[in-house]
Design a protein around this ligand. Structure first.
Ligand SMILES: [Zn+2]
Length: 289
């Protein structure tokens, strides 16, 4: 299942900001107690009503609403969440309704109900919440080769698993990990700690290029992801390897293959992304330290 990643959430942020920034929340109805768990929805609802939206930001896959009175609402769409502005009719799986002071409505819809909305008081609480969950943010000045190498030192997990770990790098999921590794020419099974400086330079660039291409295409819609007006993203039409098993590699013409890494379907060109030796010939002798 494809879930919203950094480019999809950033697309929503950009579309939603002009609707929300400067607006006051006149009505808030949280219909699903799971959304705010462990907080009771009534308490969260009460604090949100009357609050103004100062700024709409993003951290990894979180939408960060900066509200009046130093409150922060952190929304995570998880698997199937979407935010719709003024839908023509109310969707079946509506979980939260927001009524704005300009008469517009914002609806949070989530068929699978894994999405969350957490209200935090104060910047310290916001930062503590986020730093416990997400690591370095791509597309910022902190996303350097040095930083990535420091995070990777001594780690033996496959590089794909490392990229998917939100506590290391924020916002990269299955789609953009595959696209970034292909762009960098790095096999997803390579042990993270074995990548050298040149590998990291290519991978850092590959991650940023893949994410930027995703944002440029307004995200990828494979199943549920929708823009705030219900439209689909278009990045699924520009994938280089993701979901292209059996098709030609755009770089060399070899056939793209699908393998499983870290329990996730993973798309590679075995010609452009060379398999690490230890994985090519398993169990003959222990890998050198
Ligand atoms: Zn290739």
């Amino acid at each position: 299942m494809a879930v919203p990643e950094l480019p999809e959430v950033e697309t929503i942020r950009r579309q939603l900001a002009p609707h929300l920034e400067g607006r006051r929340l006149r009505r808030v109805e949280i219909l699903d107690p799971r959304w705010t768990r462990p907080e009771p929805p009534a308490a969260v609802q009460e604090r949100l009503i009357g609050a103004s939206v100062r700024h709409l930001g993003r951290a990894g896959k979180y939408l960060v609403w900066s509200l009046s009175d130093d409150l922060y609402l952190l929304i995570h769409l998880r698997m199937t969440g979407s935010l719709l502005v003024d839908p023509a009719s109310e969707p079946v799986h509506t979980r939260v309704r927001f009524g704005l002071d300009d008469g517009h409505r914002l609806i949070y819809v989530d068929p699978r109900r894994f999405g969350t909305g957490h209200l935090l008081a104060g910047e310290d609480a916001r930062d503590a919440y986020l730093s416990a969950r997400i690591g370095v943010e791509p597309l910022t000045t902190e996303f350097t080769v040095e930083h990535l190498r420091a995070l990777a030192r001594g780690r033996r997990a496959p590089i794909k698993a490392f990229l998917l770990d939100q506590r290391r790098i924020a916002g990269v999921g299955n789609i953009y990990a595959d696209e970034a590794l292909f762009r960098a020419g790095i096999h997803p099974l390579r042990p993270t700690g074995r990548l050298d400086r040149a590998d990291w330079a290519r991978l850092r660039e590959g991650i940023e290029e893949a994410l930027a291409a995703g944002i440029d295409a307004k995200g990828a819609t494979i199943e549920d992801f929708r823009h705030v007006d219900g439209q689909r993203g278009s990045f699924q039409d520009r994938f280089l390897v993701y979901r292209r098993a059996g098709l030609a590699c755009p770089r060399c013409g070899s056939t793209v293959r699908k393998i499983v890494v870290a329990g996730r379907g993973t798309h590679i060109c075995e010609h452009c992304q060379r398999r690490p030796r230890a994985v090519r010939r398993p169990a003959k002798r222990p890998a050198a330290a």
